[in-house]
Design a binder for this molecule. Structure first.
Ligand code: 5RP
Length: 215
């Protein structure tokens, strides 16, 4: 089982605070994410700035796209992203359109699993060529008290068995990773647990130490 990667979700409100975070985190993490909040605040220029500064880093743009797959994918892939996300309730046509653009750029599309989705839909995602999903405990769901539980592990394992690379996110801190021990997680994604830490570089090292301990 390969070791999970570590991804920082830059959910900053502006480019300058995102760059403050990447200055200390870029060397400590494997993947940089232009978070949904940063996408709203700054648009695709956040992607092009990060690409210019970090030419060799994997960059994800967390658009959670729901429509206009071709257009929005073209915007972020031409700006230099490697991967982008679509929301799980998007029409299959939107996912297929985004994937077609992604493949033109040697990139990929990830399906963000939020709220209600079914394994029947997931079968269809595989059929249309999608191979990555992000298993997500939503920020608002976590605020409402939703904890990680056995049912999450069951669903993640089933997605892995279906052939998906599964990334996991949602209010994660290094202390949470042991809960997922034994599951071939592609990538742990953390925002507040990294850029929001008192010492972000140390927090990233703590995540990496947990990954080394459990995988
Ligand atoms: C919110 C997101 C976040 O980027 C993701 O959940 C990671 O952030 P945090 O660790 O702060 O929860 O996609 O929609």
């Amino acid at each position: 089982m390969s070791k999970p990667l570590l991804q920082v979700a830059l959910d900053n409100l502006n480019i300058s605070s995102a760059l403050e975070a990447t200055r200390v985190l870029a060397d400590e993490v494997d993947v940089l994410e232009v978070g949904t909040i940063l996408c709203y605040a700054e648009g695709a220029k956040a992607v092009s700035i990060l690409r210019a500064l970090y030419p060799d880093k994997t960059i994800v743009t967390d658009l959670k796209a729901a429509d206009a797959g071709t257009t929005v994918a073209e915007i972020v892939f031409s700006a230099g992203t490697n991967w982008m996300t679509v929301i799980c309730c998007a029409p299959y046509a939107t996912m297929e359109a985004a994937l077609e653009v992604a493949q033109k750029y040697n990139g990929d599309v990830q399906v963000e699993l939020y709220g209600d989705w079914t394994f029947e839909q997931a079968e269809k995602w595989r059929e249309i060529g999608l191979t990555q999903v992000i298993y997500h405990r939503g920020r608002d769901a976590a605020f409402a008290g939703q904890q990680w539980g056995e049912e999450d592990l069951v669903k993640i394992r089933r997605l892995v068995e279906m052939g998906f690379d599964v990334s996991v996110t949602g209010g994660l801190y290094a202390r949470d990773l042991g809960f997922f021990e034994g599951i071939p997680v592609k990538c742990f994604i953390a925002g507040r647990g990294l850029y929001g830490a008192d010492d972000p570089a140390q927090a990233a090292r703590d995540f990496k130490a947990a990954i080394d301990k459990f995988w």
